[in-house]
Design a protein around this ligand. Structure first.
Ligand code: BYC
Length: 323
């Protein structure tokens, strides 16, 4: 028996596929707004990975041992790889890498709010790994089931690497937490400064999120901002006990009836301020990205010239083969 529903319009056919968990692929018909939403989300995600290299890259030369240096280099390199998978996934939707980069540099496209905060000392690298990568994984694991095939497939690989990142961050903090009094203070101070920005990473609360309802209907997003944030708070409120540290929130308390931790009110004014370009490091981050892009122009030109030479050479060979 044919159980497929009879789709009348392209929109209905599309929604029916989404409802049946059939992945949408680049050549499939899709509503223009779905395509635009994906370009916005995937490119902003890619930009976050690339900008995220800056605060961490800053600590490669100052990592306290060879092992820490090697691990941090590997992590920062992974972020570059994540950016590249994501730019490639977005390109399948008909936008070029150059256009996306222009949107980042001109301020038209956003990147994660979290990377507009400074990394002041080594403990911050631990806190980023544990809290920032932890929040990123919480958000990204459901994206492995997102409705757009190339995005979902990129996320599977990214999530595997992110879980290594989170563990290395936790291990840095665990080491500090067992160290001297000064090291314990560094650890607590980093947690205090990164906690609130980390829970802002999930985005505005559901009732203030303009995109969530439609993105959930299209199964681009699988779990809402508030639900993910709550899951993250529940996990971290337990893990912080292993470090013998605390989270800087007096309202944090287990709520037996809800089966979740209650937590304090997020400073949404700070969030909107940071994402509209006025956080502590926004200008510095964009200036660093633009400088890197301009300084890398000769590499792009050399690579294009080399590709052109190869093309001409292989063209010559082909002609010989034909002759
Ligand atoms: N920062 O309606 P909403 C990482 C914007 S880092 C900045 O909820 P949506 C990593 C949002 O874009 C994590 N902007 O939107 C890398 C929208 O503005 P526009 C990166 C934010 O898209 C290196 C407006 O607020 N992860 O992985 O449905 C080292 C309204 O929001 C933020 C991703 O990007 C924010 N935190 O939901 C370590 C995951 N939150 O675009 C780690 C993929 C919201 O209309 N993205 N905005 O101008 C997503 O899952 C979703 O896009 C979000 C936002 C949950 C982030």
């Amino acid at each position: 028996m044919n159980t497929e529903s009879v789709a009348v319009t392209p929109e209905e056919h599309f929604q029916d596929k989404v409802n049946r968990e059939v992945k949408i692929e680049p050549r499939d018909w899709m509503p223009e707004k779905y395509r635009q939403t994906l370009i916005r989300q995937i490119s902003q995600h890619a930009h976050s990975e690339i900008v995220g290299m800056l605060p961490e890259g800053n600590w490669i030369t100052r990592a306290p041992s060879l092992r820490r240096k090697a691990t941090l280099i590997a992590k920062v390199q992974d972020e570059a790889g994540h950016g590249l998978y994501l730019y490639s996934a977005a390109e399948t939707l008909g936008i070029s890498r150059a256009e996306m980069i222009d949107q980042l540099h001109s301020g038209k496209a956003k990147y994660s709010s979290i990377f507009n905060y400074p990394t002041l000392n080594w403990a911050d690298i631990g806190a980023i790994g544990w809290l920032v990568d932890g929040a990123a994984i919480m958000n990204q694991v459901p994206l492995c089931r997102t409705s757009y095939g190339p995005y979902a497939r990129a996320m599977v690989r990214i999530c595997k690497e992110e879980s290594f990142h989170q563990r290395q961050g936790f291990e840095i903090l665990l080491t500090l937490s067992k160290g001297t009094e000064a090291q314990r203070r560094m650890c607590q101070d980093a947690i205090n400064r990164w906690w609130w920005p980390s829970i802002m990473m999930f985005g505005p609360s559901d009732d203030a999120s303009p995109h969530t309802a439609q993105s959930m209907k299209w199964k681009i997003k699988r779990i809402s901002n508030d639900e993910l944030r709550q899951k993250f708070v529940d996990v971290i409120a337990e893990q912080v006990k292993i470090l013998g540290m605390t989270l800087p929130d007096e309202a944090l308390a287990w709520n037996e009836a809800r089966g979740h931790y209650d937590f304090g009110t997020i400073n949404w004014e700070e969030f909107w301020n940071v994402i509209s370009g006025n956080g502590p490091c926004n200008r510095e981050r964009i200036a660093a990205r633009i400088a890197a892009h301009e300084e890398g122009a000769w590499v792009r030109e050399a690579a294009s010239a080399f590709a052109e030479k190869q093309r001409q050479r292989s063209g010559g060979k082909d002609e010989k083969a034909v002759a």
